[in-house]
Design a protein around this ligand. Sequence first.
Ligand code: AMP
Length: 193
Amino acid sequence: MFNLILFGPPGSGKGTQSERLIAKYGLKHLSTGDLLRNEIAGQTPLGMAVKNLMAEGKLVPDEIVIEMIDIALENNPHVNGFLFDGFPRTTAQAEALDKLLAQKGTEIAVVLALQVSQEELIKRLLNRGRTSDRSDDVNEDIIAARITEYEKKTAAVADHYKKFGKVKYVKGEGDIDEIFGLLCKEIDAKKVA
Ligand code: AMP
């Protein structure tokens, strides 16, 4: 199995690049944001429990997302590997993920960290708010709250994986194809290593 984490702040292009990467490498895409939005759309008890937190741009509790990932891993025993998008977002989530993967005899091969300036992030998210139905992209205060959550809790995830030499930084601004090429280069280097 080849498992990777696509890492970066909200608006760094994780969703866009994930689509391309899963198509090229045959990976199973696991986006906790998408899984949570599905729960809300289905009006499940879990969806109802997380709706307000998500609307405010705050992280939902670790136990909830870890449980969702645990179930998703169990439900996909025969895949080439997983691409984690928007997960892990806290050190506790990263430690839980490492443990779940170790139980399956596998691990994270690489963490690809997209780097985008704050100014560009806000511009992209406001633009996405105008063209998608994501309510958390419409309001600048909510966007700022999500970026603050990222800096407060999620940036530490990179430090966790840096300890194992697994983090590769990739410039996330510019041409989409070019960024995709840079990500593929890092993956291919890991695959032959
Ligand atoms: P995203 O689509 O990844 O930007 O996530 C949208 C929202 O879902 C976030 O602002 C959080 O409220 C919630 N969320 C998604 N993934 C996680 C996670 N791994 N841990 C906690 N909250 C999450």
